[in-house]
Write a protein that binds this ligand. Structure first.
Ligand code: NAG
Length: 387
């Protein structure tokens, strides 16, 4: 008999997922999200009047079958989380218009957003997307302005937010992408990291003061495995590459430096706010797991090249982006991690989200929060499954 305990545990886990919808009321009742293109579900595209490459197929081709403003072929981590806890996909804030219904949450994430504000980059001679006026402090400000339409008194807001899940990020990636792509030195960019982490910390503190009780805060991707970075920092000297994955070590070390400072900060914040659950989401490790053994997770054996792009070793080409005339799209996006060289495929995001929901890559685990009723999740069984 091939009935191993792993099989049994997966069966239990599947049962848990099947049972979930009937227990929605014990779960998070809303999702509020802040971040950049990894979480943008349509804000930038609306703001730019559809005047952006993601307004065209192949963006959106896999799941929605039309462009939605997501920088992917399908769903993002935020979409998978919303689905798993039985909430509607989180509506983007900007296209909300007058008929706003943000009862179950709202998404302020805007592609291109940075944690630090534009003045900082200006002062360093770094070009950011000037059309993008939705950096983290602005997103938090928009949230504050929206409060009267969500809840009318401080205590009503606190009550409402106590059962809400706050997604704070990913944010900060663009604070580094812009200077790295503009040739700023590693030494200079490294000095930005404590400031970026500080900006994220301030945003977290603000939403906690408004009543947030559960926050999920993702770290940065391993940028040394990113098709765009691999292309721009390509060298013929093999020594800079990780032998096992082909990723660029010094860039991944930079991501880990950011992540370590972020983790330290989240620990301090947790001590300051013991009644709040602040969960670190390890996007770095979630992706490294794929890059170390891609085939084990259903990805093609060379996972560093993009599904959609304008050619080159990693199918990323600065003069021919995904969607531009002359770019090509792979046959099977679900075999790829990288969608357009910078952002992930739905399959890539799904791997991260599934891991987060299973309690891998999160500390403390998201699944032990109010979302999953104790009657259904026997944590003992669950721990066996995820270990
Ligand atoms: C990048 O795109 C340009 C413009 O389409 C093209 O001329 C060039 O050959 C491409 N580079 C690679 C490596 O495919």
């Amino acid at each position: 008999m091939a009935c191993s305990s792993t099989y049994l545990s997966s069966l239990i886990f599947t049962l848990i997922l099947l049972l979930l919808p009937s227990h929605k009321q014990a779960c998070f009742t809303s999702i509020f999200s802040f971040g950049d293109s990894l979480a943008d579900t349509g804000n930038l595209l609306f703001y730019l009047n559809n005047n952006h490459r993601v307004s065209q197929l192949p963006y959106g081709q896999t799941y929605f079958h039309h462009p939605t403003g997501r920088f992917s072929d399908g769903r993002l981590v935020i979409d998978f989380i919303a689905e798993a806890i039985g909430l509607p996909l989180v509506p983007p804030y900007l296209p909300g218009g007058d008929s706003r219904n943000f009862e179950k949450g709202v998404n302020f994430a805007v592609a291109g957003a940075t944690a630090l504000n534009n003045d900082f980059f200006k002062s360093k001679g770094i070009h950011v997307n000037w059309y993008n006026n939705f950096n983290l402090d602005v997103q938090v400000e928009l949230f504050k302005q929206l409060l009267p339409s969500i809840c009318s008194t401080t205590s009503e807001c606190e009550e409402k937010f106590s059962s809400a899940l706050f997604l704070m990020g990913e944010i900060g990636g663009n604070d580094y992408n812009n200077p790295f792509f503009q040739g700023k030195s590693l030494e200079e960019i490294t000095t930005f990291v404590p400031l970026v982490v500080n900006a994220i910390s301030r945003a977290i503190t603000e939403v906690i003061e408004l009543g947030a009780r559960t926050l999920l805060v993702p770290g940065n991707f391993p940028i040394g495995c990113n098709s765009a970075y691999l292309t721009l920092f390509h060298v013929s000297n093999n020594e800079i590459y990780d032998q096992e994955t082909g990723c660029i070590n010094w860039l991944n070390e930079f991501s880990q430096y950011h992540n370590q400072l972020l983790i330290n900060e989240l620990q301090s914040l947790s001590k300051l706010h013991p009644h709040v659950t602040i969960i670190y989401a390890d996007y770095f490790e979630a992706l490294m797991t794929i890059f170390r053994s891609p085939e084990k997770y259903g990805f093609q054996s060379f996972p560093l090249s993009a599904c959609c792009g304008g050619g080159g070793l990693y199918n990323f080409n600065l003069s021919c982006y995904c969607g531009d005339l002359g770019s090509t799209v792979c046959m099977e996006p679900s075999n790829y991690v990288s969608w357009d060289g910078i952002h992930l495929t739905e399959a890539g995001y799904k791997h991260i989200a599934t891991g987060l929901l299973q309690g891998k890559y999160t500390n403390p685990p998201l699944i032990t929060q109010s979302c999953f009723p104790e009657t259904i999740v026997d944590l003992h069984d669950f721990k066996q499954y995820s270990s």
